[in-house]
Write a protein that binds this ligand. Structure first.
Ligand code: C5P
Length: 295
């Protein structure tokens, strides 16, 4: 009988829209955002028996974390947060495939994946709500990444409401190679702020229905992000120019942009075309995770 799977995917978070409702007393901003998740190959793995550091990092974006103290890594912090419940603390490996400081929530996704992984491997039987609660003490985006299915996020991002009926969406992600600091983008915001996003329909029947709904939304961080990193405007333009795109937007505080496509074939063609034009950019065709109850 095969043993338990010792690896867990950390899914990239994509803000399909991002309204900013106001500035809070604690200096953070109140958000209202529709969010989906996609597997871009990032994994956390438990490696029983491996010697060496408690956390090793490899993969194409490992270098971006090389200067960071191990104790500052959210994976390490999440492992420590759940440590009291875990008898055997095996070393971990992070396979870093999500660009860093890119608006895709990579660090939060990694922390959430560690919580899910240790819960499963050690049969801790903690509920998703309990894991989200542990995650919330480490970062506002971690509860949504524990869920990793379509959701609406409010508060600083920690209040999550699952979206019951969102299909899997073919997306192209384009990261134009510039890291953007979230705090700097928020610092460029000025009132007036946004109204909440309008109520979601009881179900989205297709990617086109999602795209149509999104056309009356915005990502308010887009303009301040472009002011810091003008390459974001080029990334958006490259997606707008791609045949078969239904909706184009920036994710989070950038710099990653995405387009929803009508089908996988047109998404793959867009990837080929954009990669040929800009071989230095990170460009991927992905499919988002559907709602649990969606077909
Ligand atoms: O969540 P994270 O630590 O990545 O946020 C970095 C910075 O972005 C915060 O220190 C804050 O300045 C800003 N921010 C905000 N409102 C949010 C999330 C982040 O103002 N909801």
């Amino acid at each position: 009988m095969p043993g338990p799977d010792l690896s867990e995917p950390a899914l990239a978070k994509i803000n399909l829209c991002l309204h900013i409702l106001g500035r809070r007393e604690d200096g953070y901003h109140e958000l209202d955002s529709l969010i989906a998740f996609a597997d871009v190959g990032e994994r956390v793995v438990v490696e029983p028996g491996r010697s060496g550091a408690d956390l090793e990092i490899d993969g194409p974006f490992a270098g971006a974390l090389a200067m960071e103290a191990a104790s500052a890594n959210l994976v390490q912090k999440a492992a420590e947060a759940i440590a009291d419940s875990v008898r055997d603390r095996s070393p971990l490996r992070l396979r870093k495939h999500i660009p860093v400081s890119a608006g895709l929530g990579g660090g939060s996704a990694d922390a959430a994946a560690v919580l899910r992984l240790l819960n499963r491997v050690h049969a801790l039987e903690m509920s998703e709500a309990r894991l989200a609660e542990i995650g919330a003490s480490l970062g506002a985006d971690i509860p949504m990444c524990v869920h990793s299915r379509p959701l609406r996020a409010g508060g600083r991002g920690e209040i999550i409401e699952p979206v019951p009926s969102m299909p899997a969406l073919p997306l192209v992600l384009v990261h134009p190679g510039v890291a953007v600091a979230t705090a700097a983008v928020f610092a460029g915001l000025a009132p007036p702020f946004d109204p909440p996003i309008s109520d979601l329909p009881s179900r989205f029947d297709s990617g086109e229905a999602v795209a149509q709904w999104l056309r009356q939304t915005r990502n308010t961080l887009r303009l301040p992000a472009i002011a810091i990193a003008p390459a974001i405007a080029e990334a958006l333009a490259s997606l707008e120019a791609s045949d078969g795109n239904l909706f184009v937007q920036m994710s989070g505080s950038g710099a990653t942009c995405f387009a929803i496509f009508a089908d996988q074939a047109s998404a793959r063609l867009a990837v080929a075309r954009i990669t040929e034009l800009r071989p230095d950019w990170w460009v991927r065709a992905v499919t988002t995770v559907a709602s649990e109850s969606a077909d």
